[in-house]
Ligand binder design. Structure first.
Ligand SMILES: [Zn+2]
Ligand SMILES: [Zn+2]
Length: 561
């Protein structure tokens, strides 16, 4: 079982306990466990196999009770507590609690008062105006429908990695490449497309369809197979000979519109392009590598993240494909939490972990007092916390804060406190439901504060869970430029906020961007790669991303306010 599946189970238990009106501490314990498990880089089953219950209990947020749950699931494939809890409520009611904007309390109330026990009935009641907040609930239902079958990129990436690691063991495999939207770095992924180069496909097909993560086999052929994985995701495998690798990689990476365009270019030349190569008549004239494929069309190489029909062909024809930012260009992470608020590790632990990633600096940014759910600190507490930030040998630890932008655009701390930080990150954690103009003005007012340097998770969206708040990003970017505020690309796979399209716009407007993880544990520092994918999809180069600068230059650039 994957960590994401354990996490899902714990979230569900917390919701069931809420339906039952259980002790809030108990509910929160499951939520915390779910969050921490979700973002763990090591597999829970492996931890248990090597270190047993003790190993599990060492994970932040996992106590004895939950460690025993994990053990039971690993041993029996089931959890008795969950099964019996589930029996206490009708299925429809449980589904209701998964609709964004609906909590267990509302679900119970609606069931009691209106007999609503399914999403269908909820939708009908909302449309008939029978319930409060109907517009919001309809949006939630719509979001849920749209997100069905879409997996977060880290979830897709970890499943692809499992498959690749298993297939690698087979003799005769020369190359394995996960393609599709995962390779393009899209924020959600529908299914996995795995490409393999081998002159002997039989054993590859056998191994693929027998993987332990496979729930059922949809098709098994000589060179292609499709399966449904245990998490519900579809995975397709394709085996091609070496001479077709480039054309196949290109074909299976997409996007569809990009591929159609390549085929049209081929037609104009009297050629044909398929997953097997570029052909003139029956003769293959190209496509052994992707580089070769683009070259045959007189095009510069187009990185997978740009293959979205957003101007990449025009740029490639003019040799104007940018040299995109890379993970190795990042010199520091500018958004993270510690034990002082809702993080799982100490400042020193975060610094050590960042040092291992080869960073030159980090910025510690704990929450301020208004974010009560995250135990935000008062000004006095924060100054005490700051006193603990000392440079660890080999890495610069900067004192920062994630200060709440209040309803009227003022900040949660007065200037006397804000001026004591190296950098100030500002963000919105409350009063999401505001008209667009008001929200935009609120944020711009915060930008005018001379101590605000970075605007974090600019739209507040949570992918598949929460729509962005209403905000005029065009105006926000222009104001960011005017007041010298950098805009964050939050690298957490649930956020990826700013989005790719807006990254591109920020670049056009000359707005500074930072890519940060918002890590709540040492493990989450590794989420940087997903933010980089989004930045690359937004055509960003090293020079557009401020945390590619050394620490002196970074501070100089942001302090010019
Ligand atoms: Zn935040
Ligand atoms: Zn944060």
């Amino acid at each position: 079982m994957q960590n994401s599946e354990f996490a899902k189970l714990f979230y569900e238990i917390s919701e069931l306990l809420e339906l039952k009106n259980e002790n809030p501490f108990k509910i929160r314990a499951y939520q915390k466990a779910a969050r921490n498990v979700e973002d763990l880089s090591k597999n829970l089953t492996e931890i248990y196999k090597s270190d047993g219950l003790k190993g599990l209990e060492e994970i932040p947020g996992i106590g004895k009770n939950i460690a025993e749950h994990i053990e039971e699931i690993i041993k029996t494939g089931k959890l008795k507590k969950y099964e019996s809890l589930k029996k206490e409520f009708p299925r429809g009611l449980i589904e209701l609690t998964n609709i964004p904007g609906m909590g267990p309390k509302t679900a119970i109330k609606l069931r009691k008062e209106l007999g609503i026990d399914s999403v269908k009935k909820l939708e009908a009641a909302a449309k008939a105006g029978k319930i409060n907040n109907a517009a919001n609930i309809l949006r939630g239902i719509d979001l849920k429908k749209r997100s069905r079958g879409r997996y977060l990129i880290d979830d897709a990436a970890s499943h692809a990695e499992l498959i690749v690691n298993e297939l690698k063991k087979i003799k005769g495999i020369k190359k394995i490449l996960p393609c599709g939207s995962l390779r393009r770095g899209q924020e959600t992924v529908g299914d996995l497309d795995i490409l393999v180069v081998s002159e002997n496909p039989g054993p590859v097909m056998d191994a693929f369809t027998r993987l332990p993560y496979v729930k059922n086999i949809l098709a098994k052929g000589k060179t292609k197979s499709s399966v449904i994985l245990k998490n519900g995701m579809q995975a397709d495998l394709r085996v091609v000979p070496e001479k077709s690798f480039g054309a196949a990689a290109h074909y299976f990476t997409g996007c569809r519109a990009h591929n159609i365009h390549i085929r049209q270019l081929a037609q104009k030349k009297g050629w044909k392009v398929s997953e097997y190569g570029i052909f003139k008549g029956k003769k293959q004239i190209g496509g052994e590598t992707e580089e070769d494929l683009f070259e045959k069309f007189g095009l510069q190489y187009i990185p997978p993240e740009l293959r979205e029909m957003r101007g990449e062909f025009e740029a490639a024809a003019k040799d104007q494909i940018p040299k995109l930012v890379e993970l190795k260009d990042i010199k520091g992470d500018l958004h993270m939490h510690t034990k002082a608020t809702d993080g799982a590790n100490t400042i020193a632990e975060m610094a050590e972990a960042a040092k291992k990633l080869g960073y030159e600096y980090i910025l510690i940014t704990d929450h301020t007092k208004s974010t009560r759910v995250a135990h935000g600190l008062t000004g006095k507490e924060m100054l005490g916390h700051l006193g603990k930030i000392k440079s660890i040998k080999g890495i610069k630890v900067l004192a920062g804060v994630e200060v709440d932008i209040l309803k009227d655009g003022s900040l949660d701390y007065p200037d006397e406190i804000l001026k004591q930080f190296d950098l100030v990150v500002a963000s919105i954690h409350s009063n999401f439901k505001m008209p667009k103009e008001q929200m935009t003005a609120r944020v711009i007012r915060a930008f005018q504060n001379k101590y605000v340097n970075i605007f974090s998770h600019p739209t507040g969206r949570l992918i598949n869970e929460r729509e962005p708040y209403q905000i005029d990003l065009e105006e926000i970017l222009k104001a960011a430029k005017k007041y010298n505020v950098a805009i964050e690309v939050n690298a957490h796979p649930k956020r990826l906020d700013l989005t790719d399209i807006w990254c591109k716009r920020a670049k056009e407007l000359g707005v500074k961007v930072v890519v940060s993880t918002d890590a709540h544990s040492t493990d989450q520092l590794q989420l940087m790669k997903y933010g980089i994918l989004t930045a690359r999809r937004g055509w960003l180069e090293k020079k557009n991303v401020l945390n590619c600068l050394s620490h002196d230059k970074l501070l100089k650039s942001l302090h010019a306010k």
